[in-house]
Structure formats: C-alpha cells, structure tokens
Design a protein. Structure first.
Length: 275
C-alpha cells in the first residue's frame, strides 16, 4: 500500500525542517509517554522507533539506555538515542533486547503492520511494555473529502492524497493478534486551528507526513487544487480547523507473573441477578 522509498525520502527531507513542528511532535510524544506514570515498572533498555527527537530525550531523562531506529538515517541521527536506520517490518534486534518499545506516530506508513507488531513484541523481554500512537480513521477527514471533491471538479477524477487509516477496533485486534498481553487501545481527538490554512500542509511536510501511498498520482497537482480545497475546510473562531484522531496502544510482552483472566464460567455471582 505504501511506497517505502517515498517514506524514507520524505523523512530525510523532514530532518532539516523539524524545528517548525517540534512543539507539536513533543506534545504528541508527551501524551503517549504519560502512560509510563501509570506503572510502577522501571525500564532500563528502550527502543524509540521513529520518535524524531521527541521520545529518546524524554526516555533518557528517566534514566534509560535508548536506541533510536528510524527509516531515515538522518532522522535516526537526530532522534537522541543510539542511531540506527531500519524498518519496523525488518527489525535487526535479537529477541528480548528491550524492556520498553515506544513508537510515537511512526507505524502508520507500515505495509505489514501485524508483522511489525509481532517483531516489536518479540524484541521485548518478558513483561516488557509496548507503547504506540498512530493516526486512525477520522484524521484529516475534512481535508480528504475537500481534496477529492475539488480534484474531481477540476480534472474529472481524483487520486488518493491522504493516507488511509485504521479504525480503533482494528488497533485493539492487532495487539491481540501480535500476541501482546493486557492489550489496551483508546483514542483522543485533537483539534488544530490555523490562521493560514496552507500552514497545515507545510506542517505535514515538515514532519515527513506527505503522501506516500503507492497508487498516488506522481504528476504535479493542478495549481488550483490545494488553495481551492483548503478554502472549503471548516472554520472555527475565524481559523481553519483540522482534526487528528489518535489511537494510543498499550501492550505487554507475556510473562508468567502477569494477571490472568478468569476461566469462563468460574464467576461466583450471576450477572442477571445483579441487573
């Protein structure tokens, strides 16, 4: 579905533009890493996948040894841990290398997401923690609709210009399929407001989030496309409104010491009696 070469190219280009979006990326990473405060576990060896400099420094400040893996060698170097270029689908780590894996907004360009999650789980030691955030269905939905309708009006057809996203239910199922214990998936809507709607596209480009769908139109877009599409986006308090819908995924590498669900039929109280 995705062009891995384009993903690397976009992230290489973003390495020199991250200062324009560092506050946003730091905020998104902080929302994810707040979940570390919900556990009494103490982690020492962490993998930061695709953190773009917003994850590794925070983990190192907590006393962890951090390896930063990214499809872009340039972004890996900027990330703040021991840099390593590579893909989540082809992890170069031995089983049990880490007790914490964090993937902040970096798994949504993965072609084989189930396979990547399995490899990330295998890279964890027993009772190791996996934390991830990724955009899901609902993200940039008004931009997707506006681009499709505007391009159809201008050219008589439309090509995919916004990445397809998974649904929250899919995320929870993927964690179970990958073998994580105690899987949790929850979502949060984040509204962004822009005085200049072109700033939305500029921030996506600066973060390395431009279109890498394999079936995208490789030709230069009509000059009128983006201004016309942005002009019809919803307005809130005089500013252009865009929505990000983020899923936060939590899962543990299985271990004998973890809580186990009760055996079906072992309950002592009849739910019908309570209701």
């Amino acid at each position: 579905m995705f062009d891995r070469g384009a993903v690397r190219k976009h992230r290489d280009r973003a390495a020199g533009k991250l200062d324009n979006v560092v506050e946003l990326l730091d905020d998104f990473a902080e929302r994810l890493l707040d979940r570390l405060d919900d556990t009494t576990h103490r982690f020492t060896q962490a993998l930061d996948f695709g953190g773009r400099g917003s994850v590794a420094p925070a983990l190192r400040a907590r006393g962890m040894h951090v390896v930063s893996l990214d499809p872009s060698a340039l972004l890996a170097k900027r990330a703040g841990g021991i840099p390593l270029a590579g893909e989540a689908e082809f992890l170069p780590f031995a089983p049990g290398s880490f007790d914490l894996v964090v993937a902040s907004l970096s798994l949504h360009w993965t072609n084989d997401l189930p396979g990547a999650l399995i490899q990330l789980r295998q890279a964890l030691r027993p009772d190791g923690l996996f934390l991830a955030s990724l955009p899901i269905l609902g993200t940039l939905d008004t931009l997707r609709s506006a681009l499709t309708a505007t391009e159809a009006a201008l050219t008589g057809g439309a090509s995919p210009r916004v990445s397809p996203f998974a649904d929250l239910r899919d995320c929870a199922a993927l964690l179970q399929r990958a073998g994580f214990a105690l899987p949790v998936a929850d979502a949060e809507d984040i509204v962004l407001l822009y005085a200049n709607p072109m700033s939305l596209l500029q921030e996506l480009r600066a973060a390395g989030e431009t279109n890498a769908v394999r079936l995208r139109d490789r030709r230069t877009a009509p000059r009128a496309l983006f201004p016309a599409a942005l002009a019809v986006l919803p307005i809130h308090e005089g500013r252009t409104k865009a929505r990000l819908r983020l899923a936060y995924l939590t899962g543990w590498s299985p271990a004998p010491t973890q809580p186990k669900p009760l055996t079906p039929g072992s309950a002592q109280v009849n739910l019908a009696d309570i209701l």
